[in-house]
Structure formats: structure tokens, C-alpha cells
Design a protein around this ligand. Structure first.
Ligand code: TRP
Length: 462
């Protein structure tokens, strides 16, 4: 590997490269596929508002916590936490092992189903390239694809192979280079689509749906989902930002960069939502169509465009790219753990863990169900893909985030804790104290409430 820093672990070449990579991790299927469909299922505006609040008071503080831990610790999530929480004695060690173990588990599970959904986007890309006008029939095409195990598995395999390839190339030559090209292109295409729907209609209704809150539609479950999604979309709770932070050479811009990443991620999700619901409303489709929303609606838009098949191909290619830059971050967490903790060479670690994830993913690709003897909370009898999605987004990521918040707020030395803010002049002091307050009290308490609600220990009365 050519990119060696002091420690020999490699690293990002520039602060901008880091930003694209972190944004590449954050922006993915969560923004383009999941955010629109859960917003549709939970009725729009009020859900979006809760989601935005979660990003601001839980997501952003945790993003800083992860970046600071990674940058100061300079290792994988377990190693970084273990070193930085030394002052907290046994509690610190236990927390580090728990957070580290859960992070690796989440990485394996999330990537396994993520690669299957990304594979579906590859399939739609190939269909568009073949000149097939998906148009009105896209919903059925999608349904048939999901029901077709071997085809889903084939694209899943291809997508995992691409992910593994990039990660074997290392940080600077693989991840950073890929993201620097993929991300700006994505923003470009999405902007064009947004301008297009502004002329073809439906945008007004779409914006009203997204931004006019109707609180009668808001349930406790929606709050749980919104918080979970804030974690998912910012890639928080399982050490992606710790791991990427550990490859950062310069700590001066942690706060600024983290802010941009969160902002870009949110803007892209809202843009995707605006485009998709414009299509939904101008074609009398269902906003609550579920996971098929992205795949069923957009081809209808493309069909009406001049050169529609080409635009369709371009769009699905970008979905694949967005998914790829996120998938590599998921794999990188697991690989960094194996490399840093066990001294296994990067190539071998990547191939080995990649194969394990691919294998787990086959269960989602073939549409298998969880064993029926499992309790319902663990998905007994339900689809593996949905179960893994639920288990990780609603429980493992928030729990991981809780541990990281406790470590950052209570176990780090003051010097480490405040390191990310040191370069900020003027407002720096006030920012440090607001962040410290949030990460110590607000973030953990909110996460805890939501988890307790999730497992049914408390009830908000809905
Ligand atoms: N944030 C990505 C998305 O929105 C998915 C993702 C990448 C992720 N890395 C993660 C989610 C780590 C949770 C944890 O598509």
C-alpha cells in the first residue's frame, strides 16, 4: 500500500478527501431509497420534522464524538475507545469491548442486506442500459425481482465484489479516490432531476407533503424510526466515523467537516424526497408504497423524458455509486478492526470478512425468513432482510451510539474531549460547552428513552 502515514496504517491525503469519503459514507441508500419510503409510510411533514430535530440534537453531537474519538485514538473502534477510556478503569474497558463488538456485528449485518438492495439498483441500471422502458410497469418489475432469488443473489454478488475491490485498495488510493468522483456527480444528477420536476409538475404538492407537519399522524413508533434513521443516514453508532476519523491527519477541522457532512446528507435526502414525491403526486401513485417506492416511481418520470432510458440509466448508476461509497465504509469498519486488533494484512482481512458478509447476504437475497422458533422481536418467521434492517437500525445503532456518547461525554480526558474544537476561534468556547452538555445529558437520555420505548418498557400512549 502506497499511502503510509506515521503509523503505517495509511490515511486520507487531504481534509477534502476525508470529507468526500465521510459524505460518501453518509449519503447512500438511506437517503435515496429509505428516507423517501419511510417518510411516505409515516405520513410526511411531522415525521420529517422529528427526523430533522434528531439530526440536530442527537446526530450532529454524536458525529463529533465519533470523529474526535477516532482522530485522538488513531485506531479501529475497539482500540480507539480502549486507549482513550483508560482513565475510566474497568468500566471503560467493558464499554469499549461492548461498543467494539456491537459495531463489528452491525457492520456485518447491515452490509449483508444493504448489498442486496444495492444489487436491485444494479439490476434496474442494466435494464435501462438495455433500453427497456420501465415506465408504468416498474412496480411489477421490482416485485418480480425481489421474488427472484437467483437474480437478486447474482447482483448482490457483483456489488459485494466491487465493495471488496475498493476496500482492498486502501484509504487514499481506494476509498478517497472513489468518493471524490462519485459524490459530486451524484449531487449534479439529483439537481438536474429536481429542476426537471419543477417544470413537469407535482413539486408544490411534494414540498407541502414534506414540510407541512400533520401531528395527528405522528406515533411513538414514528419517533423511534426517525431517531433510528438519523443514525443510519449519518452512518453513526457503529464506528464508521471513528474509523474514518482515525485516518485523519489534521484535527483542526473536525467540527467544520462534520457539520458539512451532516448538512450535505440532509439536503440530499430532502432533494431525493422532493423529486420522488413530485412523481408520486403527479402520477396518482401511493406515497406509502413502502420499500418499492424508489424503484416503482422514478422510472415513470424517466419514461416521459426525452432520452428517458439514458437518464434512467444515469440515475440508477448513481444510486449504485451512492450505495458503493456507503458499503465500503461499512466493510472498512470491520476490516480496520481485524487489521488493527489481530495484525492481519489488509488484503486478507478484506477478502475474508467480505466473503462472510456475502454469505450472510444470501439469506436476504433469496428472501428467506428468520427461523420460526425465534421470538417475534428477533424476527421469528419474518423476512431476514426486514429483520436485519429493524434489528440494526432500531436497536444496535442507537445502543452503539449511547455507548459512544457515554465514552465521549464522561470517560475521555478533558483534553481529548475538547480537541476537535481547539481550532475554532470566537465561538469555540460556547460550542464546546453546548456540545459537552448535549453529549453528556441530552443525547444519551433521548436515545435511552427511545430504546426503552422500542422494547416496550415505556409507553408514550399511542
Ligand atoms: N449512511 C448510509 C446510508 O444512508 C448507510 C451506512 C453506511 C451506514 N455506513 C453506515 C449506516 C454505518 C449505519 C452505520 O445509506
Amino acid at each position: 500500500m502506497s499511502d503510509t502515514s506515521k503509523s503505517g496504517r495509511g490515511g486520507f491525503a487531504s481534509s477534502l478527501g476525508f470529507m468526500w469519503a465521510a459524505a460518501g459514507s453518509a449519503v447512500g441508500l438511506g437517503n435515496l431509497w429509505k428516507f423517501p419510503y419511510i417518510t411516505g409510510e409515516y405520513g410526511g411533514g411531522a415525521f420529517v420534522l422529528v427526523y430533522l430535530v434528531c439530526i440536530l440534537i442527537v446526530g450532529l453531537p454524536l458525529m463529533y464524538a465519533e470523529l474526535i474519538i477516532g482522530r485522538r485514538g488513531g485506531k479501529d473502534i475497539l482500540g480507539a475507545l480502549r486507549d482513550l477510556t483508560k482513565g475510566a478503569g474497568l468500566a471503560g474497558t467493558l464499554l469499549s469491548w461492548l461498543a467494539g463488538g456491537m459495531a463489528v456485528l452491525s457492520g456485518l449485518l447491515i452490509l449483508s442486506f444493504y448489498a442486496v438492495v444495492a444489487g436491485w439498483a444494479v439490476h434496474f441500471f442494466m435494464l435501462s442500459v438495455g433500453g427497456l422502458d420501465l415506465g408504468e410497469g416498474a412496480g411489477e418489475t421490482f416485485g418480480a425481482l425481489v421474488g427472484n432469488g437467483p437474480v437478486s443473489a447474482a447482483w448482490h454478488t457483483l456489488f459485494m465484489a466491487m465493495t471488496i475491490f475498493v476496500v482492498t485498495r486502501g484509504i487514499k488510493g481506494g476509498i478517497e479516490t472513489a468518493c471524490k468522483i462519485l459524490m459530486p456527480t451524484l449531487v449534479g444528477i439529483l439537481s438536474i432531476l429536481l429542476v426537471y420536476v419543477a417544470f413537469t409538475g407535482g413539486l408544490g404538492e411534494s414540498l407541502a407533503f414534506l414540510f407541512k407537519p400533520d401531528f395527528s399522524k405522528l406515533s411513538g413508533d414514528a419517533v423511534l424510526e426517525a431517531l433510528g434513521h438519523a443514525f443510519f443516514t449519518l452512518s453513526l453508532g457503529m464506528g464508521v466515523m471513528v474509523t474514518y476519523g482515525s485516518y485523519l491527519k489534521d484535527e483542526r477541522h473536525v467540527v467544520r467537516d462534520g457539520f458539512w457532512v451532516a448538512l450535505l446528507d440532509t439536503v440530499i435526502a430532502l432533494m431525493a424526497g422532493a423529486v420522488i414525491f413530485a412523481v408520486v403526486f403527479s402520477n396518482d401513485l401511493e406515497a406509502s408504497a413502502g420499500p418499492g417506492l424508489l424503484f416503482a416511481t422514478l422510472p415513470g418520470l424517466f419514461a416521459g423524458m426525452p432520452g428517458g432510458a439514458l437518464v434512467s440509466a444515469a440515475f440508477f448508476l448513481l444510486v449504485v455509486f451512492a450505495a458503493l461509497s456507503s458499503a465500503i465504509s461499512l466493510l472498512e469498519v470491520v476490516v480496520a478492526y481485524i487489521v488493527d486488533e489481530f495484525g492481519v494484512p489488509r488484503l486478507r482481512a478484506t477478502l475474508g470478512m467480505g466473503a462472510v458478509i456475502w454469505l450472510i447476504g444470501l439469506a436476504s437475497a433469496f428472501g428467506l425468513n428468520m427461523p420460526v422458533f425465534l421470538p417475534e422481536a428477533l424476527g421469528g418467521g419474518q423476512a431476514v432482510l426486514d429483520t436485519l434492517d429493524n434489528l440494526t437500525t432500531k436497536y444496535l445503532l442507537p445502543l452503539g451510539g449511547l455507548l459512544i456518547a457515554i465514552a465521549a461525554g464522561w470517560m475521555l480526558s478533558k483534553q481529548d474531549r475538547e480537541s476537535g474544537f481547539s481550532a475554532l476561534r470566537g465561538n469555540g468556547d460556547r460550542l464546546v460547552s453546548s456540545w459537552t452538555f448535549l453529549i453528556r445529558f441530552v443525547t444519551p437520555v433521548l436515545i435511552l428513552l427511545v430504546i426503552l420505548k422500542g422494547i416496550g418498557i415505556i409507553d408514550f400512549g399511542d
